[in-house]
Design a protein. Structure first.
Length: 125
């Protein structure tokens, strides 16, 4: 094992919560290619909460409507842990204009992957 010269950085860990498998795979591919470590992807609230009890992400990319309901319980846990997140949801702009998701960036669907990477980097800075 090489000595630690202080320049080694661990990859930021990004939780991906998306129930559409092809979208989840594309998000995972783009994040991995860009040097991030992906937690998941997971496609349900239950799986996301179980993963969060085992792992601590640095940030998250979340779909809002999953097969077992709205992602709100996951966002509550993320906020309690101080983990920033972005949404990748087909729901309209009104989603983030008021209420629980107010002020959270919604990248929309189809998701611009370059914009997603930029937003994650902004969250981590």
């Amino acid at each position: 094992m090489p000595p630690d010269d202080g320049h080694h950085q661990t990859a930021a860990r990004i939780l991906v919560v998306e129930d559409e498998i092809f979208i989840a795979m594309e998000i995972e591919r783009v994040l991995t290619t860009d040097g991030f470590e992906v937690l998941g992807p997971v496609g349900s609230i239950e799986d996301a909460l179980q993963l969060l009890h085992r792992e601590q992400p640095d940030a998250a990319v979340l779909d809002v409507t999953l097969r077992d309901g709205k992602v709100t319980p996951v966002t509550v846990l993320l906020r309690s842990q101080g983990v920033p997140f972005v949404l990748a949801s087909a729901e309209g702009r009104e989603l983030t204009e008021s209420g629980f998701f107010q002020g959270v960036t919604n990248l929309g669907k189809p998701t611009n992957m370059g914009l997603m990477i930029g937003e994650i980097r902004r969250l981590l800075s």
